[in-house]
Design a protein around this ligand. Structure first.
Ligand SMILES: [Zn+2]
Length: 174
C-alpha cells in the first residue's frame, strides 16, 4: 500500500516531533539536568513510536542505547573514581553519537518533506491565501507566514497542513 502525500507528510511530521523530543532529553542528560537512568525508558519508547525508520537506522539507534545502558550498569560496580569517570566519558560519547544519528535523520526527513512539495497533489483542494508579495496565510488556522517558495505545495508552519501554493496556481491558470 502506498501512502498518500498527506499521510506521508503527517507521519514525517510526527516522527520529527518524536526525534526532537529525543534530542531534548539527550541535551538535558549532557548538561547533567537529567540523570542517565531516567532516559533509558524514554529512548526505547521514542524508537517504538517512530513510523518511518529503516531497520538499519533502528539498529544503530539500539546499539547506542544498549552501549549507554551497559556502561551505566558497569559504572555502578566501579570502585575507583577514575574508572567511573572513564565510563561516564564513554556514555557521553555514545549520547553524542546518538544525537548525531538523530540529527541526520531529522535532516533526511525534512528533505523528504521538501520533495513532497515539488509536486502538486490533486487530493489537496485547500489553497493558501496570498496576502502580499512575501506572505501567505493558512485558510484553516489563519496563521500567516513569510514564503516566496516556488514549489507547487506549501505547508502551514502552525497546523502543518498541506496546501496548494497560490502563486503557482495563479501561474498555471494564466
Ligand atoms: Zn494552518
Amino acid at each position: 500500500m502506498t501512502l498518500s502525500t498527506i499521510d506521508l507528510m503527517t507521519k514525517i511530521h510526527r516522527d520529527i516531533d518524536i526525534l526532537e523530543c529525543a534530542i531534548a532529553r539527550i541535551d538535558l542528560c549532557r548538561r547533567d539536568a537529567l540523570h542517565i537512568c531516567q532516559i533509558f525508558y524514554a529512548l526505547g519508547s521514542f524508537l517504538n513510536q517512530l513510523q518511518l525508520v529503516s531497520s538499519n537506522w533502528a539498529a544503530q539507534y539500539q546499539d547506542f542505547t544498549l552501549d549507554i545502558e551497559i556502561e551505566y550498569a558497569l559504572s555502578l560496580d566501579e570502585e575507583a573514581e577514575e574508572m567511573r569517570d572513564s565510563r561516564k566519558k564513554v556514555i557521553c560519547t555514545c549520547l553524542d553519537g546518538l544525537k548525531e544519528l538523530i540529527l541526520n535523520k531529522i535532516k533526511d526527513s525534512k528533505n523528504t518533506l521538501l520533495e513532497c512539495l515539488n509536486f502538486s497533489d490533486p487530493d489537496v483542494s485547500d489553497i493558501a491565501t496570498l496576502l502580499d508579495a512575501q506572505w501567505l496565510m493558512c485558510p484553516k488556522c489563519t496563521d500567516a507566514w513569510e514564503s516566496v517558495s516556488p514549489r507547487p505545495m506549501v505547508i502551514c508552519p502552525k497546523c502543518k497542513r498541506l496546501l496548494q501554493n497560490p502563486r503557482v496556481c495563479q501561474r498555471m491558470a494564466n
